[in-house]
Design a protein around this ligand. Sequence first.
Ligand code: PA5
Length: 447
Amino acid sequence: MVTLDLSFTQAFLREEEWLYFDPFVKNLHERLHNRQVPGSDFTGWLNLPSDILANGLDDILTAGKEIQSECDALVVVGIGGSYLGARAALEWSKPEYYNQLSAEKRGGPEIYFAGNHLSSDGLSDLLNVLQGKRVCLNVISKSGTTTEPAVAFRILRQYLIEQVGEKEAKRRIYVTTGKAKGALHALAVEEGMKAFVVPDDVGGRYSVLTPVGLLPLAAAGVDVLSLVQGAAQMQDSLRSPSVAENAAYRYAAVRNALYRKGKTTEILASYEPALKSFAEWWKQLFGESEGKDQKGIYPSSVAFTTDLHSLGQFIQQGSRNLFETVVRVENAQRDLSLPSETKVDDGLEYLAGKPLSWINEQARLATALAHSDGGVPNILLSVPDRSEKSLGQLFYFFELACAASGLLMGVNPFDQPGVEDYKVNMFALLGKPGYEQEQKDIVARLR
Ligand code: PA5
């Protein structure tokens, strides 16, 4: 289970400072579960793990197997909440060089992500890699109207039609979108494509345990049932409304207490390369949920020990508005030991025979000490391993913590009104019908 260790925050926060939030948390717990908080229409993720276990995952598992048998490569087309969770879980569960492994070792098709930018070079590079492969597409957009995935999907669909013809292309496209609305839904119905539904009451960044995340993961051979079971275990163990008993609420309270002391940037750190995309998922979750009404803790991330040789200097001695949250994986999947080398003196013989995981752990401890001595509080979250179960636990833990933390800050953690602003400007510049006046204004300003 996820455990929370606050040892390296004690020099910065007394226990009363986070216990102070207890009555507020009890109140928000009640209102959250009774759907009485701002944004309550988007709290379907709260019971999602237990609901999925009750209803089963047959459709997802069947489609996943179908993709495995029919495709060498699956392209997941989506942006933001419509791809970050799947990417995080894929990299967590599978080896770092997954796509380079043989089909047998992979246990699923190669997986690529598209539609998360508008770069022509980026998409061209992907099209090059796809040459000669049997390709499937999973296009994911809850609204069905987001520009980036829509543009990439049009290009990739044309590519697929050129390769295999219209009829076969339709069979190889899996659509994940909102129920009964949006352009993507209409296309899936019109063309008779296989479609999966994003529930209305689950927002993009909370949707990893819907078909948004589960379908591509099932196709890649990730154990999606264990993922959901892990989340359900966490759901079960986070039922208490009390900050002292509920680790997610405690984390939310500690973050808010640190925020009130001027710690306005949180750095998610990990010592495992496999968690890089998990940090991207986490940044979206907290950034989009809390950063509004001129409030919020800015979420950033580092990959240690790599970034100890770049951003480490800033964290140790730069602006003191930082705190760190380390996600620690206690056990390595395959532990290497440092071999003995007596012919050449490379200065490492004192470590001969030591497991790499032990060396990595000493680096973590050394860094926690150094950073907290340097004025950076350090929160530690541990999971036993890189199993799907542990990841499911972390997903649910952070979702609940994020909702609670945003509500403690007095914001609606389930909307993202600020995302619209760039879109209006972009649509105006692109000449989208309906944006004529904005276009005139913007062109005049840019001139
Ligand atoms: O969390 C969110 O709501 C956003 O990040 C969306 O997931 C993102 O904008 C993509 O939206 P859509 O799935 O409608 O294409």
